[in-house]
Ligand binder design. Structure first.
Ligand SMILES: O=c1[nH]cnc2c1ncn2[C@@H]1O[C@H](CO)[C@@H](O)[C@H]1O
Length: 395
């Protein structure tokens, strides 16, 4: 099998793989040993990532440096001491996981330099993982300290608006693209518990659609609000009216009705996670027939408690068997202490993914990305080329 490229890689000693594998809740020992000691990297080829949160993908070192510069005291001063305070090691709940953002968001929120920096460094980190196209998402309101009600993370009112946050992230991503030769676009998140922000989110999507913002998302705790509030619905209606692309976190921990609503009411073109779709076979078959894209995040789904902690029972195995349209993504690599290589390794080692399937899912990801058609075509050509395929031999 040619799937494994022999190369020294970060994933070799990946803390997440060893912690996931030594967990009593995970699969077999043989696979664990392989994950811990294998000097090999799964699928060392260009990749596309569609579901990753900017504020869940910050470097711990950056958090420490920004805190120091701003005179913000943290409970730890080194990466080694700070990391355990931020990460989730064992399967928890989505609500508990979301609480982890409070450990560090106050450090970067409201700070222009930090926001631009995290966007730039994000692109560098993705380039190192072999990602050639990424769509990164965040809530501008969670990083602002004015023109947002309520101001988050106990910040004092300042002068950084959600609008300026978007401009700063755009700049950081653009500089990252130039420096690391990959393409990065962004998705702006509405938050389930903050419907009053949503119209502003869609307005920002419209304003910055020519500067790298490609879509709107609805994130946050689906377990608390199963039905989208009318303000979210209005924002999505406006997005559709203006041709802004749409994705929605749905069926991660919420029931299949959330997925149905996302697709039928919010007119989502992709589903964030979507695991619980499988509980409604009629809905699932319909979505398969529509070639709906599922943004799957394996490690995340275990640590948020969204899926069974045994990876050999993961819904993406069914997606693969059914030749569904899905991507593999990290979601929040900071909090899961993971990398995209780790997610691919899990898919390979516990779910039997082959090189053929990795190629197929990356091509489906590119087809489902929110780039304009011509740019999408170029991205697809790059992948076909890197995978030694012509379009006629495509899946
Ligand atoms: O897996 C997830 N499910 C739902 N919401 C999430 C997940 N990961 C992050 N966020 C939420 O999205 C916000 C904007 O990036 C994050 O601040 C977090 O609250």
């Amino acid at each position: 099998m040619h799937i494994i490229a022999r190369r020294a890689a970060k994933s070799i000693d990946s803390p997440v793989l060893s912690s996931l594998c030594t967990s009593r809740l995970t699969g077999s020992r043989r696979l664990c040993t392989m994950a811990n000691h294998s000097p090999e990297q799964v699928f060392n080829k260009p990749k596309v990532e569609l579901h990753v949160h900017l504020d869940g993908a910050i470097r711990v070192q950056t958090i420490l440096e920004v805190a120091k510069r701003r005179g913000i005291s943290l409970p730890a001063n080194t990466v080694k001491e700070m990391t355990p305070l931020i990460i989730v090691r064992e399967p928890a709940t989505l609500s508990k996981f979301l609480g982890k953002f409070a450990e560090y968001m106050h450090v970067v929120a409201g700070d222009r330099e930090a926001i631009k920096r995290i966007a730039f460094e994000f692109v560098e980190d993705k380039a190192k993982e072999g990602v050639i196209y990424v769509e990164v998402r965040y809530s501008p309101h969670l990083l602002a300290n004015t023109q947002v009600d309520p101001i988050q993370w106990n910040q004092e009112e300042g002068d950084l608006s959600p609008d300026e946050v978007v401009r700063l992230v755009n700049e950081g991503l653009r500089e990252g693209e130039r420096a690391f030769d990959i393409k990065a676009r962004s998705i702006l998140c509405c938050m389930r518990h903050m419907p009053s922000w949503s119209m502003n989110v869609v307005e920002l999507c419209k304003k910055y659609r020519d500067e790298g913002v490609v879509a709107i998302d609805l994130a946050g705790d689906e377990s608390l609000n199963c039905e989208a509030n009318s303000e979210h619905r209005q924002a999505y209606e406006e997005a559709e009216r203006c041709g802004i692309h749409r994705t929605v976190h749905a069926g991660e921990v919420g029931p299949p009705t959330v997925v149905k609503e996302a697709v039928e009411v919010l007119k989502a073109e992709r589903v964030g996670h979507g695991y619980r779709t499988l509980e409604d076979q009629v809905l699932y078959r319909n979505l398969l027939a529509q070639d709906m894209h599922f943004e799957v995040c394996p490690i995340s789904s275990k640590l948020t408690g969204a899926c069974d902690s045994d990876f050999t029972k993961h819904p993406v195995i069914t997606f693969r068997k059914d030749k569904a349209n899905y991507s593999l993504n990290t979601d929040d690599p900071l909090i899961f202490n993971s990398s995209l290589h780790d997610d691919y390794s899990i898919a390979h080692q516990f779910m039997g993914f082959t090189e053929e399937e990795f190629k197929r899912l990356n091509i489906k990801s590119a087809e489902s990305c929110f780039l304009p058609e011509e740019e999408k075509r170029k991205l697809l050509d790059k992948l076909y080329d890197a995978y030694g395929m012509t379009q006629s031999t495509a899946f």
